[in-house]
Design a protein around this ligand. Structure first.
Ligand code: UGA
Length: 437
């Protein structure tokens, strides 16, 4: 929404939420999320074309286009628990719009939703229409965290799905006009609603599948002496495969990949294609395997025990340049190490201590982890260093200094293949990466 406000000076964008604290944070100097470039954009248009408010009713009444951007977590209860998307926030939103709107509205689903959700939103709106006309569009978002501003400024494509009726096509055109202020026309794709909804889930499933595929090969590389980065490079030069998203890692995290694949798995089952459900579920199983495999390798390399040993964990976010830790591989790896009774010292440049403790289910006073102010404090007297997020600053660390204040042998496990292992070995580290036999 900030990008729309930034690019489309003729429009007013009002972001509303029931959470006063969150809205206050968006109106303050300290924005509630860290995303490179976002501060400048928000602060540049706040109070001019971009507003943050808790006055939901007024915002609905005044809007021509309403974007529904509420969260759709995996259901934790009832039918489809653990797989289906929980749509209660979406439904509440639709009912609110139906209750408050006084004239025709275009309602855009921005949240990632199961296929055919637009249909339910439409039914809720239409059953309460009182003469007003509602058009429901699907406009999934493809930005990635850490590069959100660049992705929004220069999207590979914008996807807009809508009813293929005259009213539906007119609504699609209205939204196309918003994006056309900065996105080239050929990059704005229009489809029917269901294709758009399904494309979002499919895009994330394909992206995650590439990571699980290369991670599956990384395990084989470790067993055979091949180098997974060399394999990725070699296959990536095939123009049909392409080089992106083939970086082997401790496993993918983030709020979307796992949730969206679980949702896809549920839909495949629900619509009677269990074979497809099993196929996509394999992507998640491989990711779980990769996370636990990394922790197991740390333990087995360190003489089968990390009990009472200090393990320095560098990086807790699910990727660099974000403070988001949702589904971060670091959570699972730290939990495995804590189960093995290690003392875990964590440093991340952007993730606050309270968030780490919440993610690990530890109270403020629990001493099994220490959260450190920098990488040197975390590694002092440590038996091993684990790189779990690919923050740029980790490449600039003084590893000689780190080695000299660690317990020997000094183990280093690079879960992101970020560092030059040969250089580290020359310093004296027992260094290993992912997929390097
Ligand atoms: C992902 C998609 O890339 C976006 O297109 C999509 O819009 C977004 O989900 C969403 O649905 O909201 P995001 O989760 O922000 O974006 O970040 P990614 O760059 O996709 O990274 C996801 C995870 O995969 C990270 O843990 C990252 O470290 C890992 N990854 C990524 C790898 O392990 N290897 C790779 O080659 C690429």
């Amino acid at each position: 929404m900030a990008m729309i406000a930034h690019k489309c000076k003729g429009h007013t964008v009002t972001v509303v939420d029931i959470n006063q604290a969150r809205i206050d944070a968006w109106n303050s100097e300290e924005l509630p999320i860290f995303e490179p470039g976002l501060d400048e954009i928000v602060k540049g248009c706040r109070g001019k074309t971009l507003f943050f408010s808790t006055d939901i009713d007024t915002a609905i009444r005044e809007a021509d286009i309403i974007f529904m951007s509420v969260n759709t977590p995996t259901k934790t209860y009832g039918v489809g628990a653990g797989r289906a998307a929980d749509l209660r926030y979406i439904e509440k939103c639709a009912r609110k719009i139906a209750e408050v709107a006084e004239d025709d509205k275009i309602v855009v689903e921005k949240s990632t939703l199961p296929v055919r959700t637009a249909e339910s939103i439409k039914r809720i709106l239409e059953s309460n229409s009182k003469g007003r006309k509602f058009q429901v569009l699907s406009n999934p978002e493809f930005l990635a965290e850490g590069t959100a501003v660049a992705d929004l400024e220069n999207p590979d494509r914008v996807l807009i799905g809508g009813d293929q009726t005259p009213d539906g096509l007119a609504a699609i055109q209205k939204l196309v006009d918003v994006y056309a202020e900065w996105v080239p026309a050929e990059n704005i794709l229009t489809t029917n609603v269901w294709s758009s909804e399904l494309s979002k889930l499919t895009a994330n499933a394909f992206l995650a599948q590439r990571i699980s595929s290369i991670n599956a090969i990384s395990a084989l590389c470790e067993a055979t002496g091949a180098n997974v980065d060399e394999v990725a490079h070699a296959i990536g030069t095939d123009s049909r495969i392409g080089p992106k998203f083939l970086k082997s890692s401790v496993g993918f995290g983030g709020s979307c990949f796992q949730k969206d694949i679980l949702n896809l798995v549920y839909l495949c089952d629900h619509f009677g294609v269990p074979e497809a459900a099993t196929y996509w579920n394999g992507v998640i199983e491989m990711n779980d395997f990769q996370k636990h495999r990394f922790a197991r390798r740390v333990v087995s390399t360190m003489f089968n025990t990390v009990s009472d040993k200090k393990i320095a964990v560098l990086g807790f976010a699910f990727k660099k340049d974000t403070n988001d830790t949702r589904e971060s591989a670091a959570i699972y790896i730290c939990k495995d190490l804590l189960d093995e009774q290690a003392n875990v010292a964590i440093y991340d440049p952007k993730v606050p201590e309270a968030q780490m403790r919440r993610d690990l289910g530890l109270s403020e006073s629990d001493t099994s982890i220490t959260v450190c102010a920098d990488a040197y404090e975390a590694t002092k007297d440590a038996h091993a260093v684990l790189i779990l997020t690919e923050w740029d600053e980790f490449t600039a660390l003084d590893f000689k200094k780190i080695h000299d204040h660690m317990n020997l042998p000094a183990f280093l496990f690079d879960g992101r293949n970020l560092l030059d292992l040969d250089a580290l070995r020359k310093i004296g580290f027992e260094a290993s990466g992912i997929g390097r036999g």
